[in-house]
Design a protein around this ligand. Structure first.
Ligand code: FEH
Ligand code: ZN
Ligand code: ZN
Length: 368
């Protein structure tokens, strides 16, 4: 047998959901299973969440993102350590606990930065100083992701232990949970006793945000969505009040706050209608955290119609230390992600459902 035939015979294959070409639906393909080298860690994937951003990536015209297909999608990933590269940092425990070893169950911290700038040095890869120079944004975002049977992680630094947490709970927490947690962290100074916060858009991120707010703040949570079933999800997640988005919703929210308006808004939709709702419902000194990529616009000018003291933030994903806190919250029983499971082979159906708004909570692909 010739060398290359021998190599092929020895190459382990795996299934992966691949973005082969821009603006074409991803396809389930067989690819070579990667082997960890240097500090890399190979994870056997147990669950990979499907995010609206995956749809944005798939639909991106060529040249709009700093990376090129083909690559495997999936930036919300949980699984079990399968193999360690020879230089893998097995002391990841850091607190004297056991370091990383084969068989450990972990979730992947997804926003992979340069690894060496001041932001990455403290685990804020989501705000890497060199982001604009990188040819990737993270796992499944220019680098091979977790919609596959295995995923290669650059180092143990991008892994957070999950103990006995179910993988289809842990995976969505690495993005839907972490993004919500980080957005709330930026508003926490406004969420004390007697305050109220509006959660606009109660989908994959919004329903986790409601639970994080209820678990970590005394603020009254007022949920808004365009779908009745999302209001039920808001109720189940612990919202104090839930209402459909209508022309008078700002007044409805003001009435719920004794006329003052809400102290903060988390907008997980990001449409013009939801941004205008936020501006109309916020009390003076209130703050809007724009999370959703709906592409909406809000006029910011003086004189104008924004409340005095209005502040706006555009949080992105989250820092690695926050993921550790989200996993700890989930392991305490405070968070329950509503998921819809699909086998890896049903990835096209999962994408199609997400596109038409047919997913309740978070869609999760399960390779097994
Ligand atoms: C990922 C990549 C690019 C844009 C947005 C995202 C979010 O899903 C991360 O939370
Ligand atoms: Zn995402
Ligand atoms: Zn960096």
């Amino acid at each position: 047998m010739l060398d290359d035939e021998l190599t092929r015979a020895w190459t382990v294959k795996m299934r992966a959901v691949r973005l082969a070409t821009w603006e074409r639906d991803p396809v389930l393909a067989e690819v070579e299973r990667p082997e960890p080298r240097g500090a890399e860690v190979l994870l056997r994937v147990e669950a990979a969440g499907l995010c609206h951003s995956d749809v944005h990536v798939v639909d991106a015209p060529s040249g709009t993102l700093p990376y090129e297909p083909p690559f495997t999608l999936g930036h919300e990933v949980a699984g079990t350590v399968e193999a360690l590269g020879p230089d893998a940092d097995v002391g990841v425990g850091g607190d004297g606990s056991d370091g990383l070893k084969v068989g450990d169950r972990c979730v992947v911290y997804g926003p992979w930065g340069c690894g060496s700038c001041p932001q990455c040095a403290v685990g804020r890869d989501n705000y890497c100083d060199r982001r604009s120079a990188l040819s990737w944004h993270g796992v499944g975002l220019g680098r091979d992701g977790g919609m596959a049977e295995y995923v290669l992680v650059p180092s143990a630094r991008q892994l957070v232990p999950i103990g006995d947490l179910l993988a289809d709970q842990a995976a969505p927490l690495s993005d839907a949970g972490l993004t919500s947690y980080h957005a709330i962290a930026g508003l926490r100074h406004l969420l004390g006793e007697g305050t109220s916060v509006a959660v606009v858009g109660v989908g994959g991120l919004g329903h986790v945000a409601v639970q994080i707010l209820r678990a970590t703040t005394p603020s009254r949570v007022l949920a808004v969505d365009i779908r009745e079933e999302a209001l039920d999800l808001a109720d189940r997640s612990g919202a104090h009040f839930a209402t459909l988005l209508r022309a008078d919703t700002a007044n409805v929210l003001r009435t719920r706050t004794g006329g003052a308006g809400v102290d903060a808004v988390l907008d997980f939709a990001g449409t013009t209608a939801t941004l205008e709702l936020a501006a109309a419902a916020l009390r003076p000194g209130g703050e809007l955290a724009l999370v959703g990529s709906g592409g909406g616009q809000l006029a910011v000018r003086k004189p104008g119609f924004l409340p005095p003291g209005f502040r706006l933030s555009l949080p992105f994903w989250g820092p690695r230390p926050d993921l550790t806190e989200v996993i700890a919250l989930a392991r305490s029983g405070a968070l329950k992600v509503e998921t819809q499971r699909f086998p890896l082979s049903a990835a096209p159906e999962a994408f199609a459902r997400l596109r038409r708004g047919g997913v309740r909570g978070r869609a999760v692909l399960v390779p097994g």
